[in-house]
Design a protein around this ligand. Structure first.
Ligand code: SIN
Length: 274
């Protein structure tokens, strides 16, 4: 597969949307973020592509599922008849998808339908590199720690803020519970160690007083989200991006709510808990 690097660290762009799947799988897990530019896909074709990577799981926010394919979540700041046409401001803080579920996400893919005049980029940070760069003493300290996760953004709980986790209905909230994930996880496919979900849904650490746990998670988050680990992805119409949730954190960026932005999103789960 012909690949063009998107940064010195990670991320690659390719036009080989029809490459043999084994090659695409290997290229994806090596690059962590893989981008295809300017495609024209129906919802069914996008879903067919996603299913090659594993089992998609519909998002808990079911009011914005695609009308024909519940595995597709519509991200949009558009309004239809005065009502939101999709989920706006989804994940505008560093997080990894479905870390609030017992079996989290393997990969997420977006298909870009409508690009705002200004901004609308997605940021990614490399959690392999962030882990590798930790001092030995910190790697030893966190090696066996287990983080406690719940749907939400640890840094913003104010429901009126645009950086709070998207608001759930009572029914949706009831579908979710506390789950546990190791703070340092061997990647389920590559085996390489990465920091896992130190920002977003991690609210505590098993067996540790809350203030100490949050202090440690905040310290790891500051380290893991530094600019040197970052990649900024800009979209054009028809772009498809797929990212590796086990080795990255990502964040949407806030845009002008009057400047239309629409994407379709599919999230594929890991096959088992690690
Ligand atoms: C997401 O976090 O799933 C959305 C990313 C984006 O809208 O840029």
């Amino acid at each position: 597969m012909q690949l063009n690097k998107l940064s010195a660290g990670f991320g690659a762009e390719t036009s080989a949307f029809d490459a043999p799947f084994r090659e695409m799988w290997d290229a994806f897990f090596a690059a962590q973020v893989l981008v295809f530019r300017g495609l024209r896909l129906t919802a069914g074709q996008f879903l067919e592509f996603a299913r090659r990577f594993g089992r998609p799981e519909p998002h808990v926010i079911d009011q914005f599922h695609h009308p024909e394919h519940s595995d597709i979540l519509i991200l949009s700041n558009r309004k239809k008849d005065g009502q939101p046409a999709g989920l706006a401001d989804a994940g505008t803080y560093f997080h990894t998808d479905y870390s609030y579920l017992e079996v989290p996400a393997r990969c997420t893919m977006l298909y870009s339908i409508e690009v705002p005049k200004k901004g609308g980029d997605t940021l990614f940070v490399d959690q392999y590199a962030a882990y590798d760069d930790l001092p030995d003493a910190m790697q030893r300290r966190i090696k066996d720690l287990v983080a406690l996760h719940h749907y939400g953004n640890r840094d913003e709980l104010d429901r009126s803020s645009r950086t709070v986790a998207s608001i759930l209905s009572e029914d949706q909230e009831q579908k979710l519970a506390w789950v546990k994930h190791k703070l340092v996880r061997p990647h389920p496919v590559t085996g390489r160690k990465a920091l896992y979900s130190v920002s977003g849904s991690s609210f505590g650490i098993e067996g540790m007083p809350e203030d100490e746990a949050v202090g440690l998670l905040d310290e790891l988050k500051r380290h893991a989200t530094q600019e040197k680990y970052q990649l900024r992805l800009k979209y054009g119409v028809g772009d498809v991006v797929i990212w590796d949730n086990a080795s990255l954190l990502h964040s949407a960026t806030l845009t002008d709510p009057e400047d239309p932005r629409t994407l379709w999103r599919i999230t594929v789960k890991e096959e088992r808990k690690t």
